[in-house]
Design a protein around this ligand. Structure first.
Ligand code: C5P
Length: 306
């Protein structure tokens, strides 16, 4: 039996370009891996059993256990790549909010790739795992890489970034999720409404912010807090206006930076240190503007056998 630990992500910069002909958006996506994570276990199944999936955790009821689950798809994709018939029991111990903008489903896909690779003794080159991960979804390669990385293209072309020290975060989990495609569609709609247009021709290709990269390299939380930016925040707030109350509550509780995580609805808060993160999480839970709040830290490594 193999157990793989895999991190969630927050995007410290999410610059969204115009809508491409293939339905995706070009991004300048600075991914940051945090210790809040899932564990995926892979155990050999009987011959003919195929891929089976179970899940535990507070949100387990909202995790799909059919073929739409990226962990099951990852096991099948890796087996097909090697010409194998997969017989594996996958179990997800779920801590990452579901449909929360923290790439939890993508994390489970990456973890299943690593777990099945070890269980089946395949020793697949890391470059090949990255290619398979990109087939599964835009955020899956980063969950393999971890740390901090700039994602270009639809987010799958990764360049690791230098970072100093540890940053302390709080994640406020909302009731219910938001659909990533719906938030991207709302982003396009708001751009059309503003008269700027939403196509590749209308929107300049986003680039990483040098001030943000310097803040990460210097290990400077105040500078990172000032540079946090997410082009999906306005569309997420448009679909879920109550998130503004969550962002305000975290800021009033002493967070030095606040933003919606990815496509939301989870809100991310940067704290000046670990102690402040615990206090901000307590205040957020008491504020009634979120379902739960978790202090954590990063960056941490990508999907690894435990
Ligand atoms: O790649 P993934 O399957 O995670 O993407 C889910 C959806 O999110 C896409 O179908 C698309 O609607 C949207 N998306 C996008 N631009 C990206 C990444 C995702 O429009 N760079």
């Amino acid at each position: 039996m193999i157990t793989v630990r895999v991190p969630a992500k927050v995007n410290v910069q999410l610059g969204v370009g115009g809508l491409r002909a293939d339905g995706f958006h070009d991004l300048a996506n600075v991914f940051f891996a945090v210790a809040l994570g899932d564990e995926v276990t892979a155990e050999a199944g009987e011959a003919g059993e195929g891929v089976t999936l179970t899940c535990t955790g507070p949100d387990a009821a909202s995790v799909p256990l059919d073929d739409s689950n990226l962990a099951a798809r990852a096991a099948r994709l890796l087996a097909a790549h090697h010409g194998l018939t997969p017989n594996v029991r996958l179990h997800i111990a779920k801590a990452i909010p579901v449909a929360g903008g923290m790439a939890g489903g993508s994390a489970d896909g990456a973890a299943a790739l690593v777990a099945c690779d070890a269980l089946w003794g395949l020793d697949t080159p890391f470059e090949t795992l990255l290619e398979l991960a990109a087939e599964l979804g835009s955020d899956v390669p980063f969950a393999l890489v971890g740390g901090v990385a700039l994602g270009r293209g639809r987010g799958e072309i990764l360049q690791p970034l230098p970072v100093t020290g540890t940053f302390h975060w709080v994640f406020a989990v909302a009731d219910g999720g938001l659909s990533t495609p719906a938030v991207f569609r709302e982003c396009d709609r708001l751009r059309e409404q503003a008269g700027t247009g939403s196509s590749e021709a209308d929107v300049p290709t986003p680039d990483a912010d040098p001030a943000l990269l310097a803040a990460l390299a210097d290990g400077d939380p105040a500078a990172l807090a000032a540079a946090l930016v997410n082009d999906l925040q306005a569309p997420a707030l448009s679909l879920r206006p109550a998130l503004a109350d969550t962002l305000r509550a975290g800021t009033e509780a002493g967070a030095i930076g606040a933003l919606v995580s990815g496509s939301g609805p989870t809100c991310a808060f940067l704290a000046k240190d670990a102690e402040a993160a615990v206090a901000i999480a307590k205040s957020l839970e008491a504020s009634g503007t979120c379902r739960a709040a978790h202090p954590t830290y990063g960056p941490v490594a990508g999907a690894r056998v435990r």
